[in-house]
Structure formats: C-alpha cells, structure tokens
Write a protein that binds this ligand. Structure first.
Ligand code: PEP
Ligand code: MG
Length: 554
C-alpha cells in the first residue's frame, strides 16, 4: 500500500451510508476499435507476436480459472479455449497475411466469429459476449496496456472508474471490492443502484477521481460524500471504528414494516435476478416491489424466449410463496440499452424510445414476456403483480392493462416515472390496479437533470418539493380509488424520506434489501400523524435542502 503524506479531500454524491478504507485500483477504460491499418510488411513476424499474445491470454485465463475454482473456473476455462481455438488462429493468420495488423486481425476474426454465434441463438449467442471480452484482452496485450474491465487483485481494493456498465457492477467480487468511486454518474445512476444493492460504499460524480493513482490509500465516507486520500492514522482508526459499529447495528431483530401507531407499511425488495430472492427474504423483505427484468438480458443480443423467461420468473416467485412479487416489464433504453430492443442512435436516449415505448415498437417481445409471466403466475402461489415502465398517461396505462389482462395476468399496473403520468393521476388510477412510483426517473424528468451526469447531481434530489408534490398527487388519487401506491425508487431507501413518502400516501416501500433495516427502524419511530406533519412541512419548502430540514424539524 502506498501512503501519501498529504491528506486531501475529494467530493461527490454518496450512495448508502457505509464507510470503506483501502488502496485504490483504477479500472482501465474500454479499448477503442483498432485502426484498419496494414502492418510493416513482415507477416511472419506480425503473426508470431500475435500468436504469442493469444497464448499468453489463454494461459492467463486458465490460471485465473485455476485460482477461482467452482463455476468461475468453467467460465474462464471456456474463455481460455477460445483464445487458443485453431479455427480462430487460422483466420487471424489469414488476415495478417492479407496485410492487416495483428490487433486488427484479432478484432475482425473474433467479430466474425461472434456474428456466427449470434446467428446460432440461445446459449451460443450468449457466449458471443465472452468472445468479445477475450478479443479485448488479446488486443490489450498486443498494445501493452491493462485489459479493460474490473481489475484483478489478490487483495481487497477500492475501485476507481470513469463509470461502470451495469454488467461490470453486477460482476464485482464483493470479497475484493471494498468501495467504489466514479467520476461520472448521479445518485440514481445504475452504478449507484447496484452499489447500494451490494452494500458497497460508493461515491459517484467525483471530480478528480481519475487523478488518484493506483495504490493510494483512501477513506470512502458515503454518508458524507467525501473521499479522503492519504488519510492520517487517526482518520483511518476512526473509519475502522465506524465500520465495526455499522456491522454490529445490522443484527437488530427483523419485524414487518410498521409505524409507531401500528399502521402497516410493507417493506419490499428491489431485485435484479432470481438469485437475489433468498438474500432479500433473509433481510426481512415482505415480498418484491420491483424486479428489474432487463438486468437479466443486458448482455443478450437476441430477445429471450418465453421458456427461458418463464423459468427465471418462476424461480423468483418460488421464494415468495403467498407473498407479493411486483415484476416490471423490460425497461430498455437510455443507460440500460438492450441490443434486441434499442438499435437506433438517439441524441437524448432518456427522452427516446425507452420503457413501454420501446416495447410497443417491438410488441412481440412484450407479448412473449407477459406470456412467460402468466406461466410463472400459474406455476407458483406467489401473488404476481406486473407493471410497465416509463408510462406517460392514462391511455398508455389502458393499453398495458388491457394487454396484460387479456393474457391472463391478475394484477396489472404502471410505474409513475414520467411527470405527465403523475399529473393525470386520477385517470391513471382509474385504469390501473396499482401504481409504483419510480422516484429516480420521476426526479430526473421533473428536474430535467440527467441521472447519469455528475455535473447536475445536485438537481437529482428526490427531496425536492416539486417531486414530493407529484408523489402527493399520486398518493391522494390512490387513496380515493382504494388502490395501492408504492415507492420503488432509491428515495424509499433514505430512512427520513421514507417517512415523508408514507406521509404523502405511499402504501408500500421497496428498496435494495441492504437498506431495509435502516428504514424499518426509522418508520417505527413515528405515527401516521407525525409522518403526515413531516410531509406537509416538506411540501411547503422551496427546495430540497429546505424540505429535508423542515421534515426533520416538524
Ligand atoms: C426509478 O426510475 O425510480 C426506478 C425504480 O426504475 P430504474 O431505476 O430501474 O429506472
Ligand atoms: Mg426508472
């Protein structure tokens, strides 16, 4: 570990409330496509260098597999085999002999093979991504630069990156990654959401993050949004004491979510994979309030089959016998593009063909997903609720509800993420069985602040009274219609804001399971009357900071 002598602070937006201490490791950025250039003329020498890179990467992947063991070994062994595949090597050689550089020959040969795999569909198509990863490693080797992706390390570290793709974050090794610092991203970017779900203390939107050098020891204090580089021994001791105290607090007994006066507020889990089910149950989730199904298919080049989906949905539902599970239809677009749903280039993808709009444009994919969900509904005794993302108004609500019911789904609703939907709350609640408020997008669109952009992160604050007033419109409409209005955005994971949201009419709160304990404890300290008083105080404030302060004082 390198210890700099000067203590220095960098600021950003904290995610979660944890603290981490450790040396940093930078994540190399993705490699640009190699130029379509020709080599110096000695094809034999160019091939020898390239062949050496292929062998080195094959050996490196096999060695990593050996060390990892278990299912990871199979994956890494398969990747190692790809790097030494004779057909691919022949193709690379032929391209070099035709004049291409080694880098370009590898890029083209692997891309051609990827296309063949994609054409085969199913399992083979899924391997295409692995092949792309192997090609990137070989090209990095030829260039003498670090391979892209989450770096390898034998010892725990704090990862520093420009930003992370959802797939990178999902693969983070929790035993190794102590904390996360990104230059880009706001508090509700998917990097932030995934970090929170994995209980990784993270700070996003940190200007100067990329100037930190590998090995520098830092303290990541998510609650304060401060990265301290080169901390003093006293600061490190203080941070370690904090880490131990948080670990001790997480052992408080689990009960169902309720206010001090006994009003029930079911606490549900946000999940991104059926595999998250058991962990959520263990942390006391009373059901699932948001299953982000698109997370299952981020790497898929082709649309998933009904059978494949039904199997996955049934697995998740099977963990929640007799309980509610809210599944969201694929929310593709913007920061979560799915290759099989979003192909056109858009200048402003957050304002483009995403969510329900993209599904309507490829209706068969939507029909297949709803059919798979109906199959899962029939196969288990969980209470399945299905909702659509990015719905703009009552007409779109009617479209989705009608389709879902025609396919046999029992409970069909919509997410409130677009301000226009909240403005039309009465009509929407007349058409839908329920509404779930996605405060991340609702804040992004209400405040016109891209949730991926660090520079406007201060606008991305769900405490803003403009956002809270829209929540109230929905809460009031839900109460009038006698229908549930849940919250499934990150706002539900902020204990003080959770109280205000209940005061505004939210009937359930769904969050990353890691946040359940803090929210459960806070709800138990207030009555409904007090929650409503806090909500009224926040609604009357002129900005987000004022709303926070007013709610605390009320
Ligand atoms: C939201 O927008 O608040 C939400 C829950 O959906 P996502 O974060 O997946 O966009
Ligand atoms: Mg959303």
């Amino acid at each position: 570990m390198e210890r700099t002598t000067r203590q220095m602070e960098l600021h950003g937006v904290g995610v979660g409330r944890g603290i981490a201490v450790g040396p940093i490791l930078r994540m190399p950025d993705a490699l640009p496509e190699p130029d379509d250039a020709t080599h110096a003329g000695d094809a034999a020498a160019e091939y020898a260098t390239t062949q050496a890179a292929l062998s080195a990467v094959a050996a490196e992947l096999a060695a990593r597999g050996e060390k990892a063991g278990g299912p990871a070994k199979d994956v890494l062994d398969a990747a190692s085999m790809m790097a030494q595949d004779p057909t691919l090597a022949d193709d690379v050689k032929a391209r070099i002999e035709a004049g291409k550089t080694g880098e370009r020959a590898v890029f083209e040969a692997f891309a051609a093979f990827q296309d063949i795999l994609i054409g085969m569909g199913g399992y083979m198509a899924e391997r295409a991504t692995d092949l792309g990863d192997v090609a990137q490693r070989i090209i990095a080797h030829l260039r003498g630069v670090a391979a892209p992706g989450v770096p390898e390390s034998d010892t725990p570290f704090i990862l520093v990156a420009t930003d992370l793709a959802p797939a990178d974050t999902a693969l983070l090794d929790l035993d190794k990654v102590l904390g996360l610092i990104t230059r880009d991203g706001g508090p509700t970017s998917h990097t932030a959401i995934l970090a929170r779900s994995k209980s990784i203390p993270a700070i996003v939107g940190v200007t100067g993050a990329l100037d930190l050098t590998d090995g520098t020891v830092v303290i990541v204090d998510a609650a304060a949004g401060v990265v301290t580089s080169g901390p003093t021994d006293a600061a490190i001791a203080d941070a370690n004491a904090h880490i131990a105290a948080r670990a001790a607090a997480s052992t408080i007994p689990i009960v169902d979510g309720a206010l001090a006066d006994g009003t029930k507020v079911p606490l549900l889990a946000n999940v991104g994979s059926p595999k998250d089910g058991p962990g959520a149950v263990e942390l006391g989730a009373e059901g699932v309030g948001l299953f982000r199904t698109e997370f299952l298919f981020l790497d898929s080049k082709t649309a998933p089959t009904v059978e494949d989906q039904q199997e996955k949905y049934t697995e998740l539902l099977s963990y929640f016998s007799g309980k509610k599970v809210v599944v969201r239809a694929l929310d593709a677009g913007a920061d979560k593009p799915l290759k099989f749903l979003n192909s056109a280039h858009e200048e402003n993808p957050a304002l483009g063909l995403r969510g329900l709009r993209a599904l309507r444009a490829s209706e068969q994919i939507l029909l297949d997903q709803l059919t798979a969900l109906k199959g899962a509904q029939d196969a288990t005794d969980a209470e399945l609720w299905v909702m659509a993302p990015m719905v703009a108004d009552a007409e779109e609500t009617q479209y989705f509800v009608k389709l879902g019911k025609a396919l046999g789904l029992k409970t069909v609703g919509v997410m409130a993420e677009v301000p226009s939907l909240a403005v039309m709350a009465d009509q929407v609640l007349a058409a839908a069985d329920f509404v779930s408020i996605g405060t991340n997008d609702l804040t992004q669109y209400t405040m016109a602040a891209d949730r991926m952009l660090g520079s406007v992160a201060s606008y991305q604050d769900p405490w803003h009274p403009a956002v809270l007033r829209l929540v109230k419109l929905l809460g009031d409409a839900g109460a009038a219609a006698g229908k549930g209005v849940g919250i499934c955005g990150e706002a539900a994971a902020d204990p003080q804001l959770a109280v205000v949201l209940v005061g505004l009419g939210a009937t359930t709160l769904s969050m990353t399971p890691a946040a359940l304990a803090d929210v459960r404890a806070e709800l138990a300290t207030v009555t409904m009357e007090q929650a409503q008083a806090k909500a009224a105080a926040a609604l009357a404030a002129t900005g987000a900071a004022g709303a926070r302060a007013a709610a605390a004082a009320a």
